[in-house]
Each structure stands twice: as structure tokens, then as C-alpha cells.
Design a protein around this ligand. Structure first.
Ligand code: HEC
Length: 129
């Protein structure tokens, strides 16, 4: 009995270790790729998106979008780096879907931001490359 509990503890520590080191693979559903951005490359929208970003997102994703905001140190998984190729390769629709749905520790912005505010953010994030 004693050795069984030792084995169980070892296993749970190992799983904890794995998840602490796991690279997040958050993938939007394929259908999201088909949603087109009505505010793509719209300079006014990008500017508005930047303002919202500074207010709501920079605390985790960092001032420049590198994923190094004040709150990021304690987060697992880490906030995304918007300058990365991996991020920039995603469709605008996929990014919009993620903002809308959220995924802990990030909130869903479905209720708190309007559809056009979410597209403003997408346009801003895609302008960061
Ligand atoms: C509490 C901290 C926090 C806040 C605030 C936050 N995020 Fe995030 N965000 C995260 C984390 C952590 C992830 C990574 C989640 C994962 O990969 O599982 C993430 C992921 C994302 C992704 C997906 C990136 C990718 O490559 O797939 C997008 C897009 C995003 N955030 C946009 C935003 C925007 C825009 C805001 C502000 C409206 C925001 N986030 C606010 C923590 C946060």
C-alpha cells in the first residue's frame, strides 16, 4: 500500500511537471478562418485597437505585444507574443474567434467588447509585425 501511494505521488508530480512546461497549442476551429476582417488595414481602427489594447491587454501581453506584461510572470500558459511568426500566420478570423471565446487565464471578450472593438484589436495585433 505504501509503495502504491509513492508511485501515485510520483506520477502526479510528473504530470504537474509536464503541464507546467507544456507549450500551449490553442487552435481556433477551421470555420473561424472564413470570417473576414471588415476593418483590415484600416488605420483608424488600428489606432482605436491600440487604445483598447493598452487598457485591457498590455498588463498580460506587454506594451509592445511580446507577451511580457506585468502579470505575465505568474501565468501558465504564458500570454502570446504577437510579434511571433506563429501568431502572425493565423487568419484574422482565428484571432477574432480567440478574443471572442477566451481561454483561461484570458477572459472572453464576447460581452465586454463590441464586434467592431474586437476587429479593431485584431487589426492592431496584425499591424505589430
Ligand atoms: C490575464 C492575462 C491576459 C489578458 C488581460 C489578456 N490575455 Fe490574451 N492571452 C493570455 C494568455 C495566457 C494567452 C495564451 C493562452 C493559450 O495559449 O493557451 C493569451 C492568448 C491570446 C491570443 C491567442 C494568441 C495565439 O497565438 O493564439 C490572443 C489573440 C489574445 N490573447 C489577445 C488578447 C487581447 C486582444 C487582449 C485584450 C483585449 C488580451 N488577450 C488580454 C492572457 C491574457
Amino acid at each position: 500500500m505504501k509503495s502504491l501511494s509513492k508511485i501515485l505521488i510520483t506520477i502526479s508530480l510528473f504530470i504537474g511537471f509536464l503541464s507546467a512546461n507544456a507549450q500551449s497549442t490553442w487552435v481556433a476551429p477551421k470555420s473561424a478562418d472564413a470570417i473576414t476582417n471588415p476593418l483590415k488595414n484600416d488605420l483608424t481602427a488600428i489606432k482605436k485597437g491600440k487604445t483598447i489594447y493598452q487598457q485591457l491587454c498590455a498588463v498580460c501581453h506587454g506594451d509592445k505585444g511580446k507577451g511580457d506584461g506585468l502579470a505575465s510572470a505568474s501565468l501558465n500558459p504564458k500570454p502570446a507574443n504577437f510579434l511571433s511568426e506563429k501568431f502572425q500566420k493565423q487568419t484574422d478570423g482565428a484571432v477574432f474567434w480567440k478574443l471572442t471565446e477566451g481561454k483561461a487565464p484570458m477572459a472572453s471578450y464576447k460581452e465586454s467588447l463590441s464586434v467592431s472593438q474586437r476587429w479593431q484589436l485584431v487589426s492592431y495585433l496584425k499591424s505589430l509585425k
